[in-house]
Design a binder for this molecule. Structure first.
Ligand code: ADP
Ligand code: MG
Length: 728
């Protein structure tokens, strides 16, 4: 018998839901472990409070004296909650969060000790950073890295540790993390959008980018997950035959949440409340054992931190409930993969959502300005947006079951399509008073503030307008949202900057009125952005052909997609917007390319091992059982035995064929790997892994999955899809 598999199944089936008692209202728990504005008011002196708030609101530097006051109050607050350690919490380019804990505890003279946490420890730390990916930055500059306090994301307590959100940069100033470029991009969009807002409202002083992510994930019993070497080492199944029942009945989506999973969610949500993560929605997703959690949207930097923190907390809470969370974009073939829709909008300090239609023609013109500029930005930089969501794991998901394709297009719905068509007909240059009135009353003024068709359930659009926000749906479930958010905010910032220049030029040089100038520029933008707009079904060849005609990129693999990151256009964009220097952009590219290679390399090794050491020996054992059986039949029936052994003999032959195929394919895959490993050029290497190693995965899998259907279930060593997906 396949001992490990059946033990795991027995264990999984014996689990009882872990009861969760929710003693407090969520609003009472919310933010309890966060050093937020409310806590700061209680603990900080007036001077320190003002200092931190102006750093948060206006990016003002915090001086040393204030830092000392803040650190000492933070310590006091943390100690009152039983905290013993502090850590600078940051997001290196590995995709995970990083922390190194130091105790507050320090010795003083006479064998005595105190709890200490000074301003310098709050503001800056030097983690031993040599083992974080840096894409050659530190080698080039021989510089060390340090972490620096980001006061715009509040400190929080997790367990018995005070966590201080920080950026991670080299001593020479280059970013070594996800957060630094994001903060710079948010700065860029703030300044560009505020300038544009001034056309409509002089009182606007700040524009904030908001993010509401929707995290999808699979929840698999811990014992079952760890019985599979592929899930343990790669986060996904590399083989496994589809079960007789998958998601075809659509009976999981929005169904009642299984009780073990529900208790996990309630436990998780309690943790979220304490940490100030505004978790709001939970539901079953389409695939069996697939779920989603979505919070109320927040300022983008905080939302990114909260998503990274959530992914970490989810893993720990899952473990308490004997689950493993799978964040991989495609953990199981044949059923839906997981994504992380990034809902994005811009709002002013006067409380206006710039991507929501308003009640007056003027506010609608403002809405259209931001709406059309965003479309134009996506049109200009679609390849870069695709690059921002590229990863080995997301490649499996894009274009498969329900996920958007690798082509970036924008869905806006029928009503707004019509508005754009009408604006495209606006007269060039000065407008007659009649045309102006007509535009204001009948075009701009007629946009309803609730757009009926914009709850769009057509999940195949990578970038959809959903009423008062854009939804970037191609983002992978494993991704750090900072990367797509950095790119999106940067391209829109650049676009708004160009827009402002063009409108000002028409006002100054062509003597147009402000609204005439705006209409004129928007008309040209609509004309030049036609290609990116697509309302149809994003699946299949028809759209691929059409997209090709339109000149949209369709980069199906990560090595191909990532090239757009280091195109001249992208490098100049990041430089111009002060988001990343050329060195930083190139370093990121290098890291991502290397990560791709490593992921495929690991998968290839694991697959070779499972096929050769688990599947083939099991198939041989079963074949031997059949051979014994045939021999026995021969003993009984003599020369007529074949009549009674047709099936067995066919199986014996079939098994031999698959074993032979597995052996030769694994051999060829190893040779392809060797060839790739001998290449020193990182880009070539990634391409070889993509084009020459990865294609063997499907072939090897095919034969293994066939064997799964032939071999006696009793001795099959790998936990099967039906067991992984339907154990509740
Ligand atoms: P769904 O996409 O599942 O229909 P919703 O569109 O209602 O769900 O909301 C999904 C996410 O979008 C949530 O995280 C929500 O907070 C976020 N969201 C809603 N409005 C905005 C907005 N103006 N800006 C950014 N995110 C938003
Ligand atoms: Mg959504």
């Amino acid at each position: 018998m396949a001992k490990l598999r059946f033990k795991a199944i027995a264990l999984a089936q014996s689990r009882k839901p872990i009861t969760i008692k929710e003693k407090f209202k969520r609003s009472e728990l919310f933010g309890k472990n966060v050093f937020n504005e409310n806590t700061m008011r209680q603990y900080l002196t007036k001077e320190a409070f003002k200092g931190v708030m102006s750093a948060i609101e206006h990016g003002k530097k915090i001086d040393r004296k204030i830092a000392d006051q803040v650190s000492s109050s933070m310590k006091e607050w943390a100690l009152s909650k039983g905290v013993t350690h502090y850590t600078h919490w940051f997001q290196p380019l590995t995709g995970a969060t990083a922390e190194k804990h130091d105790a507050f505890f320090e010795t003083i003279e006479n064998g005595m000790a105190i709890e200490k946490f000074g301003g310098s420890q709050l503001v800056q730390q030097e983690p031993d950073a040599s083992s974080f990916p840096n894409g050659g930055i530190r080698n080039t500059f021989e510089a060390r890295g340090y972490t620096a306090w980001d006061p715009t994301s509040p400190a929080f307590i997790y367990g018995t540790t005070l966590c201080i959100p920080t950026i991670f940069v080299a001593y020479t100033g280059e970013a070594l993390d996800y957060k630094t470029p994001l903060l710079r991009a948010l700065q860029a969009i703030d300044s560009a959008a505020t300038d544009v807002c001034k056309y409509f409202d002089k009182n606007v002083k700040k524009v904030t980018s908001s993010l509401g992510w929707e995290q999808e994930y699979f929840l698999i019993d811990k014992a079952l997950a760890s019985s599979r070497p592929d899930i343990t080492l790669t986060g996904r199944t590399l083989l496994g035959h589809s079960p007789a029942k998958g998601q075809q009945l659509d009976d999981h989506y929005f169904g009642s949440i299984p009780s073990r999973a529900l208790n996990f969610m309630r436990d998780l949500e309690t943790e979220c409340m304490l940490l100030g993560i505004p978790a709001k929605t939970r539901h079953n997703e389409v695939a069996p054992n697939q779920f989603e959690l979505a919070p109320i949207y927040e300022e983008a930097n905080l939302a990114v931190d909260h998503n990274s923190l959530l992914m970490d907390v989810m893993g720990r809470v899952a473990s308490r409930h004997d689950f493993k969370v799978l964040f991989h974009e495609k953990p199981f073939a044949g059923v839906n993969g997981s994504g992380k829709h990034n809902n994005w909008s811009l709002s002013t300090d006067t409380g206006v959502n710039l991507l929501a239609p308003g009640k007056t023609p003027m506010s609608n013109l403002q809405f259209l300005t931001f709406f059309i500029n965003t479309i134009k930005a996506v049109n200009n930089h679609e390849a870069l947006l695709r690059a921002a969501i590229a990863s080995a794991s997301n490649d499996h998901r894009l274009g498969a079951n329900e996920a958007p394709p690798a082509i970036i297009s924008v869905f806006i719905g029928a009503q707004l399509t019509q508005v754009l068509e009408e604006l495209e007909g606006v007269t060039q240059g000065k407008l007659s008073p009649e045309e102006k009135t007509d535009l204001k009353l009948n075009v701009v003024g007629k946009i309803p503030d609730v757009l009926l068709d914009n709850t769009d359930r057509n999940r195949t659009s990578a970038f959809a307008f959903t009423g008062n926000k854009f939804e970037f749906r191609a983002v992978g479930s494993m991704a750090n949202c900072a990367n797509p958010m950095t790119v999106l905010n940067t391209i829109v910032a650049k676009q708004l900057k160009d827009f402002k220049e063009e409108v000002d030029a028409l006002i100054d040089k062509k003597d147009l009125k402000k609204d005439e100038a705006i209409f004129n520029v928007l008309r040209e933008y609509i004309k030049s952005s036609r290609n990116i707009l697509f309302e149809g079904n994003g699946y299949g060849e028809a759209w691929e052909k059409e997209a090709k005609k339109r000149g949209l990129s369709n980069n199906k693999t990560t090595p191909e997609a990532l090239k757009a990151r280091i195109s001249k256009k992208s490098i100049e964009l990041f430089e111009e917007m002060n988001v990343m220097s050329k060195v930083e952009t190139e370093a990121r590219y290098e890291i991502e390319i290397e990560e791709y290679t490593l992921r495929i390399q690991i998968e290839s090794r694991v697959l070779g091992d499972i096929a050769g050491n688990h599947i083939v020996p099991t198939a041989v054992r079963y074949q031997n059982m059949l051979i014994e059986n045939v021999k026995g039949l021969k003993e009984i029936f003599g020369n007529n035995f074949e009549e009674h052994a047709t099936q067995q003999i066919q199986l014996i032959k079939g098994i031999s064929g698959h074993i032979e195929a597995i052996h030769s394919k694994v051999e060829e895959m190893i040779n392809a790997r060797k060839k790739a490993n001998n290449t020193t050029n990182a880009v070539k290497k990634a391409e070889l892994y993509c084009k020459e190693v990865k294609p063997f995965f499907e072939e090897i899998r095919y034969h293994c999955d066939k064997l799964e259907l032939m071999v006696d279930d009793e001795i099959w060593p790998l936990t099967k899809y039906r067991e992984l997906l339907f154990t509740r």
